[in-house]
Write a protein that binds this ligand. Structure first.
Ligand code: TRP
Length: 372
Protein backbone atom coordinates (compact mmCIF):
# COMPACT_ATOMS: atom_id res chain seq x y z
CA UNK A 1 0.00 0.00 0.00
CA UNK A 2 1.43 3.35 -0.97
CA UNK A 3 0.85 6.34 1.22
CA UNK A 4 -1.38 9.14 0.02
CA UNK A 5 0.51 11.72 -1.99
CA UNK A 6 -0.36 14.52 -4.33
CA UNK A 7 1.63 16.21 -7.09
CA UNK A 8 0.42 19.22 -9.06
CA UNK A 9 2.33 22.36 -10.09
CA UNK A 10 0.80 24.08 -7.07
CA UNK A 11 0.95 21.38 -4.44
CA UNK A 12 3.31 18.56 -3.61
CA UNK A 13 2.42 16.62 -0.49
CA UNK A 14 3.05 13.24 1.09
CA UNK A 15 5.78 10.76 0.24
CA UNK A 16 5.89 10.80 -3.56
CA UNK A 17 5.97 7.39 -5.23
CA UNK A 18 7.63 8.27 -8.54
CA UNK A 19 6.83 4.97 -10.22
CA UNK A 20 3.19 5.36 -9.39
CA UNK A 21 3.27 8.94 -10.65
CA UNK A 22 4.27 7.67 -14.10
CA UNK A 23 1.09 5.58 -14.12
CA UNK A 24 -1.10 8.35 -12.75
CA UNK A 25 0.18 10.93 -15.23
CA UNK A 26 0.40 8.48 -18.13
CA UNK A 27 4.03 9.27 -18.93
CA UNK A 28 6.71 6.72 -19.88
CA UNK A 29 9.78 5.68 -17.96
CA UNK A 30 13.11 6.39 -19.60
CA UNK A 31 14.12 2.82 -20.43
CA UNK A 32 17.48 1.26 -21.27
CA UNK A 33 16.97 1.69 -25.02
CA UNK A 34 16.47 5.40 -24.59
CA UNK A 35 19.45 5.63 -22.25
CA UNK A 36 21.59 3.85 -24.87
CA UNK A 37 20.38 6.22 -27.55
CA UNK A 38 21.27 9.25 -25.44
CA UNK A 39 24.67 7.76 -24.61
CA UNK A 40 25.49 7.68 -28.32
CA UNK A 41 25.41 11.48 -28.41
CA UNK A 42 27.97 12.00 -25.64
CA UNK A 43 28.75 11.08 -22.04
CA UNK A 44 25.54 10.22 -20.24
CA UNK A 45 24.53 12.91 -17.80
CA UNK A 46 24.69 11.99 -14.11
CA UNK A 47 20.96 12.65 -13.69
CA UNK A 48 20.19 10.09 -16.40
CA UNK A 49 22.60 7.52 -14.98
CA UNK A 50 21.12 7.95 -11.53
CA UNK A 51 17.47 7.91 -12.58
CA UNK A 52 16.83 11.51 -11.47
CA UNK A 53 15.52 12.40 -14.93
CA UNK A 54 13.45 9.26 -15.19
CA UNK A 55 10.24 9.87 -17.14
CA UNK A 56 9.28 11.39 -20.49
CA UNK A 57 6.73 12.05 -23.19
CA UNK A 58 7.91 11.54 -26.78
CA UNK A 59 11.64 11.87 -26.02
CA UNK A 60 12.21 9.04 -28.53
CA UNK A 61 10.38 11.07 -31.18
CA UNK A 62 12.54 14.12 -30.42
CA UNK A 63 15.68 12.03 -30.92
CA UNK A 64 14.26 10.70 -34.21
CA UNK A 65 13.76 14.28 -35.35
CA UNK A 66 17.30 15.14 -34.32
CA UNK A 67 18.70 12.12 -36.17
CA UNK A 68 16.80 13.17 -39.28
CA UNK A 69 18.46 16.57 -39.10
CA UNK A 70 15.29 18.41 -38.12
CA UNK A 71 16.68 19.28 -34.68
CA UNK A 72 14.66 20.61 -31.75
CA UNK A 73 14.38 23.53 -29.36
CA UNK A 74 14.40 23.44 -25.55
CA UNK A 75 12.02 25.19 -23.19
CA UNK A 76 12.08 25.46 -19.43
CA UNK A 77 11.18 28.05 -16.82
CA UNK A 78 11.25 29.46 -13.35
CA UNK A 79 8.58 30.98 -11.14
CA UNK A 80 10.39 33.93 -9.55
CA UNK A 81 9.01 33.95 -6.01
CA UNK A 82 12.30 34.25 -4.13
CA UNK A 83 15.96 33.31 -4.30
CA UNK A 84 17.08 30.27 -6.30
CA UNK A 85 18.12 27.23 -4.30
CA UNK A 86 20.17 24.19 -5.25
CA UNK A 87 17.10 22.06 -5.97
CA UNK A 88 15.93 24.53 -8.62
CA UNK A 89 19.22 24.34 -10.48
CA UNK A 90 19.10 20.56 -11.00
CA UNK A 91 16.76 20.59 -14.04
CA UNK A 92 18.60 23.65 -15.37
CA UNK A 93 21.96 21.90 -15.24
CA UNK A 94 20.35 19.06 -17.14
CA UNK A 95 18.93 21.54 -19.66
CA UNK A 96 22.43 22.91 -20.19
CA UNK A 97 23.68 19.37 -20.86
CA UNK A 98 20.97 19.00 -23.52
CA UNK A 99 21.83 22.39 -25.03
CA UNK A 100 25.53 21.52 -25.18
CA UNK A 101 25.00 18.01 -26.50
CA UNK A 102 22.43 18.83 -29.18
CA UNK A 103 23.36 22.47 -29.85
CA UNK A 104 19.74 23.33 -29.22
CA UNK A 105 18.25 26.76 -28.71
CA UNK A 106 16.58 27.38 -25.35
CA UNK A 107 13.56 29.44 -24.32
CA UNK A 108 13.64 30.25 -20.61
CA UNK A 109 10.41 31.65 -19.19
CA UNK A 110 10.29 33.71 -15.99
CA UNK A 111 6.69 33.63 -14.76
CA UNK A 112 6.45 36.81 -12.70
CA UNK A 113 2.70 36.88 -13.51
CA UNK A 114 2.19 33.36 -12.17
CA UNK A 115 3.94 33.95 -8.86
CA UNK A 116 2.06 37.20 -8.36
CA UNK A 117 -1.23 35.45 -9.03
CA UNK A 118 -0.55 32.51 -6.74
CA UNK A 119 1.11 34.18 -3.75
CA UNK A 120 -0.69 36.69 -1.57
CA UNK A 121 2.50 38.03 -0.04
CA UNK A 122 4.16 39.08 -3.32
CA UNK A 123 3.53 42.21 -5.36
CA UNK A 124 4.02 42.19 -9.12
CA UNK A 125 7.00 44.51 -8.68
CA UNK A 126 8.56 41.98 -6.33
CA UNK A 127 8.09 38.97 -8.61
CA UNK A 128 9.55 40.98 -11.47
CA UNK A 129 12.53 41.94 -9.33
CA UNK A 130 13.02 38.28 -8.37
CA UNK A 131 12.83 37.46 -12.07
CA UNK A 132 15.88 39.61 -12.78
CA UNK A 133 17.67 38.27 -9.67
CA UNK A 134 16.95 34.67 -10.69
CA UNK A 135 18.10 35.37 -14.25
CA UNK A 136 21.59 35.96 -12.81
CA UNK A 137 21.60 32.43 -11.40
CA UNK A 138 20.40 31.04 -14.70
CA UNK A 139 23.03 32.89 -16.73
CA UNK A 140 25.72 31.87 -14.20
CA UNK A 141 25.11 28.19 -14.96
CA UNK A 142 26.78 28.73 -18.34
CA UNK A 143 24.07 28.61 -20.98
CA UNK A 144 25.20 29.61 -24.47
CA UNK A 145 24.19 33.26 -25.01
CA UNK A 146 23.82 32.71 -28.77
CA UNK A 147 21.32 29.93 -28.22
CA UNK A 148 19.46 31.13 -25.12
CA UNK A 149 16.41 33.40 -24.88
CA UNK A 150 15.32 34.46 -21.40
CA UNK A 151 12.14 36.50 -20.95
CA UNK A 152 9.81 37.76 -18.27
CA UNK A 153 6.13 37.13 -18.97
CA UNK A 154 4.93 40.65 -18.19
CA UNK A 155 7.56 42.06 -20.57
CA UNK A 156 7.38 39.58 -23.45
CA UNK A 157 3.61 39.56 -23.46
CA UNK A 158 3.18 41.36 -26.77
CA UNK A 159 4.81 38.45 -28.57
CA UNK A 160 3.01 35.83 -26.52
CA UNK A 161 -0.49 37.19 -26.11
CA UNK A 162 -2.08 36.35 -29.48
CA UNK A 163 -1.08 32.70 -29.10
CA UNK A 164 -2.09 32.71 -25.42
CA UNK A 165 -5.65 33.78 -26.25
CA UNK A 166 -5.90 31.20 -29.02
CA UNK A 167 -4.78 28.58 -26.50
CA UNK A 168 -7.15 29.87 -23.81
CA UNK A 169 -10.16 29.59 -26.10
CA UNK A 170 -9.54 25.85 -26.40
CA UNK A 171 -9.25 25.15 -22.68
CA UNK A 172 -12.34 24.60 -20.52
CA UNK A 173 -12.65 25.62 -16.91
CA UNK A 174 -13.63 22.06 -16.05
CA UNK A 175 -10.31 20.80 -17.41
CA UNK A 176 -8.36 23.35 -15.39
CA UNK A 177 -10.29 22.52 -12.24
CA UNK A 178 -9.60 18.82 -12.64
CA UNK A 179 -5.97 19.10 -13.72
CA UNK A 180 -4.84 21.63 -11.12
CA UNK A 181 -7.30 20.87 -8.34
CA UNK A 182 -8.72 24.42 -8.39
CA UNK A 183 -12.10 25.44 -7.01
CA UNK A 184 -14.38 28.49 -7.08
CA UNK A 185 -12.09 30.43 -4.76
CA UNK A 186 -9.18 30.58 -7.23
CA UNK A 187 -8.71 33.95 -8.85
CA UNK A 188 -9.38 34.08 -12.57
CA UNK A 189 -5.77 34.91 -13.41
CA UNK A 190 -4.63 31.58 -12.02
CA UNK A 191 -7.23 29.82 -14.14
CA UNK A 192 -5.98 31.54 -17.30
CA UNK A 193 -2.31 31.16 -16.47
CA UNK A 194 -1.63 27.78 -18.05
CA UNK A 195 -2.21 29.33 -21.47
CA UNK A 196 0.78 31.60 -20.78
CA UNK A 197 2.94 28.63 -19.81
CA UNK A 198 1.86 26.95 -23.06
CA UNK A 199 3.06 29.62 -25.47
CA UNK A 200 6.86 29.16 -25.12
CA UNK A 201 6.49 25.61 -26.49
CA UNK A 202 5.77 27.35 -29.80
CA UNK A 203 8.04 30.41 -29.68
CA UNK A 204 10.78 28.87 -31.82
CA UNK A 205 8.18 27.79 -34.39
CA UNK A 206 6.57 31.24 -34.32
CA UNK A 207 9.93 32.92 -34.79
CA UNK A 208 10.98 30.66 -37.66
CA UNK A 209 7.49 30.52 -39.13
CA UNK A 210 7.81 26.77 -39.43
CA UNK A 211 7.21 23.98 -36.94
CA UNK A 212 10.16 22.97 -34.75
CA UNK A 213 9.94 20.12 -32.21
CA UNK A 214 10.17 21.33 -28.62
CA UNK A 215 11.56 19.40 -25.65
CA UNK A 216 10.77 20.53 -22.11
CA UNK A 217 13.05 19.43 -19.28
CA UNK A 218 11.21 20.02 -15.99
CA UNK A 219 10.33 18.71 -12.57
CA UNK A 220 7.51 16.20 -12.95
CA UNK A 221 5.24 18.51 -10.94
CA UNK A 222 4.99 20.71 -14.06
CA UNK A 223 3.65 17.91 -16.26
CA UNK A 224 -0.04 18.81 -15.73
CA UNK A 225 0.45 22.15 -17.55
CA UNK A 226 1.87 20.41 -20.56
CA UNK A 227 -0.76 17.70 -20.66
CA UNK A 228 -3.16 20.54 -21.35
CA UNK A 229 -0.75 21.99 -23.93
CA UNK A 230 -0.36 18.68 -25.71
CA UNK A 231 -4.12 18.34 -26.04
CA UNK A 232 -4.48 21.64 -27.85
CA UNK A 233 -1.15 22.01 -29.71
CA UNK A 234 -2.21 20.43 -32.98
CA UNK A 235 -5.47 22.34 -33.03
CA UNK A 236 -3.39 25.51 -32.92
CA UNK A 237 -1.26 24.31 -35.82
CA UNK A 238 1.79 23.36 -33.77
CA UNK A 239 3.53 20.11 -32.77
CA UNK A 240 2.89 18.59 -29.36
CA UNK A 241 5.80 19.42 -27.07
CA UNK A 242 7.87 16.52 -25.73
CA UNK A 243 8.93 16.34 -22.10
CA UNK A 244 11.61 14.88 -19.92
CA UNK A 245 10.78 14.77 -16.21
CA UNK A 246 12.90 14.91 -13.06
CA UNK A 247 12.19 13.73 -9.56
CA UNK A 248 12.01 16.60 -7.10
CA UNK A 249 15.12 17.15 -5.02
CA UNK A 250 14.44 16.54 -1.33
CA UNK A 251 15.14 19.30 1.15
CA UNK A 252 17.78 19.10 3.86
CA UNK A 253 14.92 18.28 6.21
CA UNK A 254 14.27 15.01 4.37
CA UNK A 255 11.94 14.17 1.49
CA UNK A 256 9.34 16.34 -0.28
CA UNK A 257 9.93 19.13 -2.70
CA UNK A 258 12.56 21.63 -1.60
CA UNK A 259 10.60 24.70 -0.81
CA UNK A 260 11.43 28.37 -0.53
CA UNK A 261 8.41 29.06 1.61
CA UNK A 262 9.95 27.66 4.82
CA UNK A 263 12.34 29.82 6.79
CA UNK A 264 15.12 28.68 4.51
CA UNK A 265 17.12 26.57 6.94
CA UNK A 266 16.42 23.36 5.04
CA UNK A 267 17.42 24.69 1.64
CA UNK A 268 20.75 25.96 0.37
CA UNK A 269 20.35 29.12 -1.67
CA UNK A 270 22.77 29.88 -4.48
CA UNK A 271 23.69 33.13 -2.75
CA UNK A 272 24.27 31.69 0.75
CA UNK A 273 27.66 32.46 2.28
CA UNK A 274 30.07 29.85 3.54
CA UNK A 275 29.01 29.91 7.21
CA UNK A 276 25.30 29.72 6.35
CA UNK A 277 25.86 26.84 3.94
CA UNK A 278 27.86 24.99 6.57
CA UNK A 279 25.27 25.52 9.27
CA UNK A 280 22.45 24.28 7.05
CA UNK A 281 24.31 21.16 5.93
CA UNK A 282 25.56 20.31 9.41
CA UNK A 283 21.93 20.49 10.63
CA UNK A 284 20.56 18.34 7.81
CA UNK A 285 18.27 15.40 8.42
CA UNK A 286 20.21 12.13 8.04
CA UNK A 287 19.56 8.43 8.29
CA UNK A 288 21.79 8.23 11.36
CA UNK A 289 21.03 6.62 14.70
CA UNK A 290 20.49 8.29 18.04
CA UNK A 291 23.97 7.47 19.36
CA UNK A 292 27.40 6.83 17.91
CA UNK A 293 27.46 3.38 19.52
CA UNK A 294 24.16 2.43 17.97
CA UNK A 295 25.23 3.71 14.57
CA UNK A 296 28.51 1.77 14.68
CA UNK A 297 26.53 -1.32 15.60
CA UNK A 298 23.42 -1.00 13.41
CA UNK A 299 24.58 1.28 10.59
CA UNK A 300 22.70 4.24 9.10
CA UNK A 301 19.95 4.43 6.46
CA UNK A 302 21.11 6.26 3.32
CA UNK A 303 17.70 5.88 1.68
CA UNK A 304 16.07 8.44 3.96
CA UNK A 305 19.15 10.62 4.38
CA UNK A 306 19.15 14.13 2.89
CA UNK A 307 22.96 14.19 2.78
CA UNK A 308 23.04 10.97 0.78
CA UNK A 309 20.33 12.28 -1.55
CA UNK A 310 22.42 15.37 -2.28
CA UNK A 311 25.35 13.13 -3.19
CA UNK A 312 23.08 10.98 -5.36
CA UNK A 313 21.52 13.89 -7.23
CA UNK A 314 24.69 15.69 -8.08
CA UNK A 315 27.43 16.09 -5.52
CA UNK A 316 29.11 12.68 -5.78
CA UNK A 317 29.48 12.20 -9.51
CA UNK A 318 31.70 9.12 -9.17
CA UNK A 319 29.41 6.04 -9.16
CA UNK A 320 31.98 3.85 -7.40
CA UNK A 321 32.47 6.39 -4.63
CA UNK A 322 28.73 6.76 -4.19
CA UNK A 323 28.36 2.98 -3.81
CA UNK A 324 31.17 3.01 -1.28
CA UNK A 325 29.47 5.77 0.67
CA UNK A 326 26.21 3.82 0.67
CA UNK A 327 27.96 0.70 1.95
CA UNK A 328 29.99 2.43 4.64
CA UNK A 329 26.88 4.24 5.90
CA UNK A 330 24.94 0.97 6.14
CA UNK A 331 27.80 -0.81 7.87
CA UNK A 332 28.25 1.96 10.40
CA UNK A 333 31.85 2.65 9.43
CA UNK A 334 31.17 6.29 8.50
CA UNK A 335 29.29 8.65 10.82
CA UNK A 336 26.99 11.50 9.85
CA UNK A 337 29.34 14.29 10.95
CA UNK A 338 32.03 13.20 8.54
CA UNK A 339 29.57 12.65 5.72
CA UNK A 340 28.07 16.10 6.20
CA UNK A 341 31.41 17.82 6.23
CA UNK A 342 32.47 16.04 3.02
CA UNK A 343 29.21 17.18 1.40
CA UNK A 344 29.72 20.70 2.65
CA UNK A 345 33.13 20.87 0.91
CA UNK A 346 31.55 19.90 -2.39
CA UNK A 347 28.52 22.13 -2.10
CA UNK A 348 30.61 25.11 -1.10
CA UNK A 349 32.98 24.64 -4.04
CA UNK A 350 29.94 24.61 -6.33
CA UNK A 351 28.48 27.74 -4.73
CA UNK A 352 31.77 29.61 -4.66
CA UNK A 353 32.21 29.16 -8.42
CA UNK A 354 28.57 29.98 -8.98
CA UNK A 355 28.75 33.20 -7.01
CA UNK A 356 31.70 34.46 -9.07
CA UNK A 357 29.83 33.69 -12.30
CA UNK A 358 26.69 35.27 -10.85
CA UNK A 359 28.52 38.57 -10.24
CA UNK A 360 29.72 38.58 -13.84
CA UNK A 361 26.21 37.83 -15.07
CA UNK A 362 25.11 41.29 -13.91
CA UNK A 363 26.69 42.78 -17.04
CA UNK A 364 25.36 40.07 -19.32
CA UNK A 365 21.59 40.30 -18.89
CA UNK A 366 21.02 41.84 -22.33
CA UNK A 367 23.03 39.10 -24.03
CA UNK A 368 20.38 36.65 -22.88
CA UNK A 369 17.07 38.52 -22.72
CA UNK A 370 14.74 38.69 -25.69
CA UNK A 371 12.43 41.67 -25.89
CA UNK A 372 9.48 42.58 -28.04
N1 TRP B 1 5.50 27.26 -13.49
C1 TRP B 1 6.89 27.03 -13.22
C2 TRP B 1 7.15 27.28 -11.72
O1 TRP B 1 6.44 27.55 -10.90
C3 TRP B 1 7.80 27.90 -14.04
C4 TRP B 1 7.82 27.46 -15.47
C5 TRP B 1 7.31 28.16 -16.55
C6 TRP B 1 8.33 26.25 -16.01
N2 TRP B 1 7.52 27.49 -17.70
C7 TRP B 1 8.13 26.31 -17.40
C8 TRP B 1 8.97 25.16 -15.44
C9 TRP B 1 8.55 25.26 -18.24
C10 TRP B 1 9.38 24.12 -16.26
C11 TRP B 1 9.17 24.18 -17.65
O2 TRP B 1 8.13 27.18 -11.17
Amino acid sequence: MTEEFEVTPYKVSGEVDYDELVDRFGTKKIDDDLIDRLARHGPLHIMLRRGIFYSHRDLDWVLDQYDKGVGFTLYTGRGPSGPVHIGHTMPWLFTKYLQDTFKASLWFQLTDDEKFMFYDHLSLEETKRWGYENALDIIALGFDPDLTNIFLDTEYIKTMYPTAVKAAKRINFSTIRAVFGFDNSNNIGSIFFTSIQTVPCFLESMQRESNVPCLIPCGIDQDPHFRVTRDIAEGLGFLKPALVHAKLMPSLAGSEKMSTSTKGEDTVFMTDDEATTKRKIMNAFTGGRVSVEEQRREGGNPEICAVYQYCLYYFEPDDAKLAELHASCQSGSILCGECKSRLFDKVWKFLENHQVAREKAKDRIEEFFVRD
